[in-house]
Design a protein. Structure first.
Length: 156
């Protein structure tokens, strides 16, 4: 099961590498202020307007948050909020964070996220170095895998 998922992820990564001829000109994705799971005050899904750091893939909307914000070298909490296109939280997905630098590879580093409920998923992430990083959020649901990529800068 795990090996199958990893192979699928690798195949998707290879496919996306082949399709993107100019990945280096991509603008880093700003990461919005972290909102903890028990804070519903600024839930970006509530008003159905994509926040900074939010992306759509198929009928899924994905936001990424970091604590601290901006993400910094060392230990960070990454949180993903996943909803359908109507802003309804997706609570039954299996979420993973695949992180690496975009200007050099630090090898494979995939962390399974824990569900916090209400479409929120969280994991502890360690950034080895400051600089340009990306996280590929893997969303596995009903046997289907969707990946959404976010590029951002990690501070000192
Ligand atoms: Cu590095």
């Amino acid at each position: 099961m795990t090996n199958k998922l990893i192979l699928t992820l690798m195949a998707l990564l290879l496919a996306s590498c082949g399709m993107m001829s100019t990945p280096s000109v991509e603008q880093p994705t700003p990461i919005p202020t972290f909102a903890s799971a028990d804070s519903t005050a600024q839930d970006p899904a509530a008003n159905q307007v994509p926040a900074l750091g939010g992306k759509q893939s198929g009928d899924l909307l994905v936001w990424i948050f970091s604590d601290p914000n901006p993400p910094s070298r060392g230990d960070n909490t990454l949180e993903a909020l996943v909803t359908d296109s109507n802003g309804q939280p997706i609570t039954d997905a299996t979420i993973s964070f695949d992180i690496d630098m975009t200007n050099m590879s630090h090898g494979r580093n995939v962390t399974a996220a824990s569900s916090l409920g209400e479409g929120r998923y969280s994991a502890e992430i360690h950034f080895l170095m400051p600089g340009p990083w990306r996280v590929i959020v893997g969303i596995e649901r009903a046997g289907q895998l969707t990946t959404v990529r976010f590029d951002f800068m990690v501070a000192w």
